[in-house]
Design a protein around this ligand. Sequence first.
Ligand SMILES: [Zn+2]
Length: 103
Amino acid sequence: MNIRRNDIVVAVRGRDKGKQGKVLQVIVEKRRAVVEGLNLVTKHLRKSQDNPKGGIIKKESSIAMANLMLYCPQCKKAVRVKRVTEGDKRVRKCKKCGHAFEA
Ligand SMILES: [Zn+2]
């Protein structure tokens, strides 16, 4: 799996194509991720003690990871990554410019 929590990714397919956001959650078993600001769905809240008026909120819904690509800050676009072993660390690097995604 190439995408992890806190990565900046770009949607390459779907309704939010071209938009980018931070990965909030990765659901490994479903191969999906929740990305900040992407794939927003409207949820209608019932009236509750916390929220006596009820209401409508926008909330992120998960996206198939196949529709996401890592965003490279040097290339300023979505890129493919390669996995490189450096010492005892496995590092993800941009295929184009070699930018390392792990600090
Ligand atoms: Zn790059």
